[in-house]
Design a protein around this ligand. Structure first.
Ligand code: NAI
Ligand code: MG
Length: 502
């Protein structure tokens, strides 16, 4: 697939006139460079319970499609309440059997083995992740899969050092835990959930998202290869009803959810009054704040990465650009030229920058919010790149003249749509950045170290990146404030969410 550089719209005589013309967009057409590794997929997948694949007691299956082609990839078992019961029974048995009693050193060996097997089969996992969810292969290959392996490596190292996690206290595993994950980083979110739970000695029932169940099921195959004791990890596939059965299950000592704030609230209501331990990683509307002393071209790249990475299906996406007024015009002009040359298209092509939107439902949500932006008076800019004829695709979009009350400035769009606002002073930037129901992440671009430190204390966000964006490390805790949720994943903090002090 190719994207063509679109002619700039509404060229104004202004500071932007100093921007040198880009020359490469018009000249270069890339040949297709598809990833060809065999994904080694089956046509049908059963539930992964008790260390084997078992047909669903519900007798039902659903289809998962490739959002770039709209073709069915495989049919997948739909777990009903009886299946979720069976999965928790297997998890309970494994907890009381080999897993809880196993020395941390031995448990760690299994987790190392999982990490190494993911590395060995990285290419295959990357292709499946891209086919099932629509993300560009260069992201699944260079980010999702290596980061998933890194999470298992990191937590394998903790397994025999648990006594140092909370010095002076004795910590113990909780028992079976229930986990529900979303579709934006299927394998990586699975790793974030499973690795710390395993390191602490818990057993697991996890439900992947209904549009992206395949990497979890392939991981089930890998866990068999790793000879993980049966029942330590169980995967039940299905949609919201299956998720609700996992979250509400009486045997789940702890529940962990990543997804929309709306569903997070439903789960909170469902489990109110129970003694389940709980972590919630929900939505975001992060501000990416650019001061006038920032290195502008690097900041443009950072803003592009912040919102167009993974089609903007990122809870911590930098979806609100706050740019200092004195450089706003120049910055936005550079940004437009940059998105003119983003390559939107076949996710399996190694040159693709922006892949497919995860589902038709998500595409419709993005379209609806973009229409609201236009209707409420913001100014839209989209490059006129060619989109594939089939599949769910959306053009990278920038809105200027956005006010804080516009829906596109308040609501999580979860798509490749950036809302641009301006500020004059640091205080105004902080006030606008914090003027949101969310509080997951923020970015600051400036030359001044002291300003970075000041901003990081004033911004009400779980993660604040400085002169970079979307950087992750398994040792660094991640999580939010306010409607972005509570609890942390990663690092020592994340580990302790899977343990009790005795
Ligand atoms: P969702 O929150 O419905 O889905 C996430 C997971 O929760 C899926 O596995 C789903 O099957 C499960 N689920 C749904 N209803 C459930 C229930 N009642 N109990 C337990 N589990 C349940 O997200 P959806 O509908 O796919 O996307 C809607 C919007 O949510 C997106 O447009 C985006 O704005 C936001 N979202 C945010 C995410 C984040 O990481 N911040 C991730 C996914 C979606
Ligand atoms: Mg799919």
């Amino acid at each position: 697939m190719h994207t063509r550089r679109a002619p700039l719209r509404a060229k104004k005589k202004s500071a932007a006139a100093h921007v040198p013309e880009l020359i490469f967009g018009d000249l270069w057409e890339f040949d297709p460079a598809p990833e060809t590794a065999d994904p080694r997929l089956r046509d049908q997948y059963d539930l992964f319970i008790g260390g084997t694949f078992v047909p669903p007691r519900s007798g039902r299956y659903f289809e998962t499609v490739n959002p770039a082609t709209e073709k069915v990839i495989a049919s997948v078992a739909l777990a009903g309440p009886d299946d979720v019961d069976a999965a928790f029974a297997a998890a309970q048995k494994a907890f009381e059997g080999p897993w809880r009693k196993m020395p941390g050193k031995e448990r760690g060996k299994y987790i190392y083995r999982i990490a190494r097997l993911i590395q060995e089969r990285a290419r295959e996992f990357a292709v499946v992740e891209t086919m099932d969810g629509g993300k560009p292969i260069k992201e699944s290959r260079d980010f999702d899969v290596p980061m998933a392996a890194a999470h298992f490596f990191y937590h394998a190292g903790w397994a025999d050092k648990i006594e140092y996690a909370l010095p002076g206290c004795r910590v113990e595993p909780l028992g079976p835990v229930g986990q529900v994950i979303p579709w934006n980083f299927p394998l990586l979110m699975l790793a974030w959930k499973i690795a710390p739970a395993l390191a602490m000695g818990n057993t697991i029932v996890l439900k992947p998202a209904e549009t992206t169940p395949l990497t979890a099921l392939k991981l089930g195959e890998l866990l068999r290869e790793a000879e993980l004791p049966h029942g330590v990890v169980n995967f039940v596939t299905g949609a919201g009803d299956t998720g609700a059965a996992v979250m509400g299950h009486p045997a789940a000592k702890k529940i962990a959810f990543t997804g929309s704030t709306e569903v997070g609230k439903i789960i909170m209501r469902q489990t109110a009054g129970t003694d389940k331990k709980m972590t919630m990683e929900l939505g975001g509307k992060a501000a990416n704040i650019v001061f006038d002393d920032a290195p502008i071209d690097q900041a443009v790249e950072g803003v592009v990465n912040g919102i167009f990475f993974n089609q903007g299906h990122v809870c911590c996406a930098g979806s609100r650009l706050l740019v200092q007024e004195s450089i706003a015009e120049l910055f936005v002009e550079k940004l437009k030229r940059r998105i003119d040359v983003l390559r939107v298209g076949n996710p399996l092509d190694k040159n693709t920058d922006v892949g497919a939107i995860n589902s038709r439902m998500q595409l419709e949500k993005i379209e609806e919010l973009v229409e609201s932006g236009v209707a409420q008076g913001a100014t839209i800019y989209q490059p006129s790149c060619r989109l594939p004829g089939r599949g769910f695709f959306y053009r990278p979009t920038i809105f200027t003249a956005v006010t804080q009350s516009h829906r596109i400035a308040c609501e999580e769009i979860f798509g490749p749509v950036l809302s641009v606002l301006t500020f004059r002073t640091l205080e105004e930037a902080v006030e606008k950045a914090n003027n949101t129901a969310f509080g997951l992440s923020a970015g600051v671009w400036t030359d001044k170290g002291s300003r970075i430190l000041k901003m990081s204390t004033l911004l009400k966000a779980g993660v604040v990146w400085a002169n970079t964006f979307n950087k992750f490390d398994p040792s660094s805790p991640f999580g939010g404030y306010k409607e972005s949720g509570f609890g942390r994943e990663g690092g020592r903090h994340g580990l302790l969410d899977y343990a009790k002090v005795v």
